[in-house]
Design a protein around this ligand. Structure first.
Ligand SMILES: *Cc1c(COP(=O)(O)O)cnc(C)c1O
Length: 429
């Protein structure tokens, strides 16, 4: 469920007509719904609590949508943060998320990143390999600390989603095998710079079926039990994120209630603190990308293009993952649908949002919304083609606020400068 509904004949976000935002801020622009973000977080938390899974740490995966206002919305509800860089840790802290609720993940953490994470006191560092674990130990010891770590295991299951976002097979770069995890855990327990508290896995993204998650979780439970049988202390089991969202023409994903029930079933009787790292399921359907139709361009071959002012630099998911986004006119004409290729203005054919899509008839100047664009949308935007970085707006009830303004062209140019030897050249007039 989300809070993008038709209100007085036009698409609105909560109580704010999208047209009002387009008029005030211009397009393209991302629009997020506070109520939807809050609802998705609360539904998951309540489902986990209702299944008796204790007081889980829900560390929202910052990479899905890292806007400070979004993080603050979730942090205020008690969410933690799953982070993968210094920048993301800084964002989580700036949004008021306490360091003990921050998880630091990622395959290639550098020495300086680990030092920063230890200095600010993040709650858990998920180590993904043996060299990384030893680096964490060295850095911690140089600071006179012990790093609180969880070992990331690659459970070797295939999980739906797109190949670029599947992470749980033995042949991809994430995590260690179960036998390696046991060996590393023993090493860590005997290492003066390390405090191993648990194990973690994350098998992929946009997973719609519970079976692969369940398969992975059963294996994770087995690992916890083997470690404990060996006298090791394991207090936390971090089950990652990855639960999919409905992208309209996609298989309907398992609900948070089914997900929680599956975990309760597979973990029955295991006394442990659970952690989760959901990203997409919290943010995706809480955001839209709002754009304006520039032209309707009909080609003699019969193709009809709706050319928008939004482009692949603003929303790269269709070009990068063949992702499907529902496209809804803000005010739909009551007429038979017409078939369009919906494209952006960037100079490459990859800048195609969709082909052969039946939509209500469109005209230049119409506003359209890409639905389910709240996750992996703005965070992956760029200035490709020297287009200004797309702004972001947060709605709450009848109010909206620009939470990332559109930069100016001066802002864009000021970040760069000529090389010293070029300063002598005269600029051509
Ligand atoms: C990307 C990622 C997540 C979030 O995945 P979603 O599919 O957005 O839920 C969680 N944990 C880790 C380690 C990740 O890399």
């Amino acid at each position: 469920m989300n809070h993008f509904e038709v209100l007085d004949g036009e698409l609105a976000c909560e109580g704010v007509p999208l047209r009002a935002i387009a008029e005030a801020v211009g397009t393209p622009v991302y629009v997020y719904s506070s109520a939807t973000l809050e609802r998705h977080y609360t539904v998951l938390r309540d489902a986990l609590v209702a299944e008796g899974l204790g007081d889980p740490l829900i560390a929202y995966a910052v990479k899905a949508n890292s806007n400070l206002a979004v993080l603050r919305t979730l942090g205020n509800l008690g969410a933690g943060a799953d982070t993968v860089s210094i920048g993301e840790i800084k964002r989580a802290l700036a949004a008021g998320i306490p360091p003990e609720r921050i998880v630091f993940s990622g395959v290639g953490k550098s020495e300086s990143e680990l030092r920063f994470a230890l200095e600010v006191g993040v709650g858990e560092i998920n180590v993904e390999s043996e060299p990384e674990m030893h680096l964490a130990s060295r850095v911690a010891q140089s600071l006179g600390r012990r790093a609180t770590i969880a070992i990331r295991v690659n459970p070797d299951v295939s999980a739906g989603g797109h190949a670029k976002i599947s992470t749980g097979k033995a042949d991809n770069k994430f995590g260690v095998s179960f036998s390696e995890a046991e060996r590393l855990y023993v090493q860590a327990a005997n290492n003066a710079g390390l405090n191993p508290v648990g194990v973690t896995c994350h098998i992929g993204s946009q997973i719609t079926e519970l079976a692969p998650l369940e398969e992975a979780f059963i294996k994770m439970r087995g690992l916890v039990e083997r470690l404990r049988a060996g006298g090791l202390h394991v207090e936390r089991l971090d089950l990652g994120g990855g639960l999919g969202v409905p992208y309209f023409n996609m298989p309907t994903p398992a609900s948070p209630a089914d997900y929680a029930a599956m975990i309760a079933r597979t973990m029955k009787g295991l006394d442990i603190q659970f952690a989760f790292e959901p990203g997409r399921m919290i943010a995706a359907n809480a955001g839209v990308l709002l754009a304006t139709v520039q032209h309707i361009h009909e080609r003699p071959e019969g193709r009809r293009f709706a050319v928008l002012d939004a482009a692949m630099n603003d929303l790269i998911r269709p070009a990068m993952y063949d992702a499907y986004h529902d496209i809804r006119p803000v005010k739909a004409r009551d007429a038979a649908p017409v078939t369009y290729d919906v494209v952006g203005p960037v100079c490459e054919t990859g800048d195609t949002f969709t082909r052969d899509r039946d939509l209500p008839p469109l005209e230049a100047g119409d506003l359209v919304a890409f639905m389910s664009a709240g996750a992996y949308g703005a965070v992956m935007s760029s200035e490709y083609n020297s287009r200004l970085l797309v702004p972001e707006v947060l709605v709450k009830g009848d109010e909206f606020a620009v939470v990332r303004p559109r930069p100016t062209y001066e802002d864009m140019l000021e970040r760069e400068r000529p090389a010293p030897w070029q300063a002598l050249l005269k600029t051509r007039s």
